[in-house]
Design a protein around this ligand. Structure first.
Ligand code: NAD
Ligand code: DAU
Length: 349
């Protein structure tokens, strides 16, 4: 199979590539623009693998994408490339509109024109999206695929827009698509702006652990390899035109997750002078902060037989050990532009 993966130099895209290159003989074309979130350090693990080809392309560039489709002749695309950090979308939404909306539109158009010229339908467009499109559900148990979209941040609004485009290209042009909406991922190679790697690295470096507001916001946490298995399952077995929610059974508050990280660090990296819990600091809340996401995954569990396997204790322990053993990786992705400082604190009107 000839497959395009967009965003393969990022966190989830690289986990998907690790799986595909180990478990299949698919020919992969990895399209990534290597923004701050996609690094050549992450790509090093794929060096020498003939099934992995890399093209540094910005998905905002329709012309380059068209020529890639004509040359590579994909049988499918799994689209992950995006601007992904809510706090950055608060500071500067432009890139989110351009990459997440226009970039997705470009890929849809390329796929449509390519299929039209081939006059065949042996193709699937898998759009990877987020549970944040359903918005804050503090007064509801969980979000199903039938729930209305109510995004809160520029990031989630841009992902919601992209989901709408994907559905429209299916309904209007018959483009064979599937959409997945997943909850908060964690695991190796996650850029340190996100909660879990930020807390682990700050703790290792003996810096304060900044919890936004009271820390009682609820998230559903899924280990990245469980997400990858769900993506593969939906890509191969999902029904064309359908959406599948993906999440684990782990629903906890931010303060609970930070305390769990501290407990594990006290065990895995004991330091006689440090109790990691003492580093926890409550800081000003995120503007527009969603209090609760909770994803209902019954559809994928019942229809496709997928279930998240990793417990939060197992997943966090593996993740903490990975960051402890890969300090050169996280040091290589930090620079003068981003060095673990607070983002998204713009003054609201
Ligand atoms: P990430 O930020 O780690 O990686 C994004 C990748 O996309 C990077 O390699 C970056 O270089 C690339 N990219 C960004 N803009 C690009 C552009 N214009 N052209 C080409 N490449 C570009 O993101 P992630 O956490 O791995 O998320 C991957 C996808 O999964 C995203 O679509 C995100 O919305 C979705 N998602 C993420 C989570 C999560 O918890 N991380 C949960 C649900 C859904
Ligand atoms: O729900 C899926 C989404 O999860 C993905 O679509 C996004 O790409 C991904 O970034 C993530 O969004 P969140 O905003 O939930 O993730 P983040 O890691 O930024 O924050 C998780 C929670 O922790 C959130 O309630 C804000 C809080 N937080 C975050 C940071 C960075 C803190 O309390 N302190 C922090 O320093």
């Amino acid at each position: 199979m000839r497959l395009i993966i967009t965003g393969g130099a990022g966190f989830i895209g690289s986990a998907l590539l690790r799986f595909l290159l180990q478990e299949t003989d698919y020919k992969i074309l990895n399209i990534d623009d290597l923004t701050y979130a996609g690094s050549t350090e992450t790509l090093k693990q794929f060096e020498g693998n003939n099934n992995h080809n890399f093209e540094k392309i910005n998905i905002r560039d329709l012309k380059s994408l068209k020529s890639i489709f004509e040359r590579f002749k994909p049988e499918g695309i799994i689209h992950l490339a995006a601007e992904t950090h809510v706090d950055r979308s608060i500071d500067n939404p432009t890139g989110f509109i351009e990459t997440n909306i226009i970039g997705t539109y470009n890929l849809l158009e390329c796929s449509r024109l390519y299929l039209k010229s081939l006059k065949q339908n042996n193709f699937r467009f898998h759009h990877v999206s987020t549970d944040e499109v359903y918005g804050d559900i503090y007064n509801k148990p969980s979000s199903t695929e039938m729930d209305p979209y109510k995004p809160s941040s520029p990031y989630s609004a841009s992902k919601a827009s992209a989901d709408h485009l994907v559905r429209a290209w299916h309904r209007t042009y018959d483009l064979p698509v599937v959409i997945t909406n997943c909850s908060n991922n964690y695991g190796p190679y996650q850029f340190p702006e996100k909660l879990i790697p930020l807390m682990i690295i700050n703790a290792i470096e003996q810096k304060p652990l900044p919890v936004y507001g009271d820390g009682n916001q609820i998230r559903n946490w899924i280990y990245v390899n469980d997400h990858v298995e769900a993506l593969m399952n939906v890509f191969h077995n999902g029904q064309t035109g359908e959406t599948y929610n993906i999440g684990s059974r782990v629903e906890i508050t931010n303060i609970e997750i930070v305390n769990l990280i501290c407990d594990l660090l006290n065990k895995l990296r004991p330091d006689p002078g440090t109790n990691y819990h003492d580093l926890i600091t409550h800081v000003t809340d995120r503007p527009g902060h969603d209090k609760k996401y909770s994803i209902n995954s019954e559809k994928i569990e019942k229809e496709l037989g997928w279930l998240a396997k990793t417990t939060i204790e197992q997943g966090l322990e593996e993740t903490i050990n990975w960051y402890l053993n890969n300090k050169e990786w996280y040091k290589s992705v930090l620079d003068n532009n981003y060095n673990l400082q607070r983002l998204g604190l713009i003054k609201t009107l």
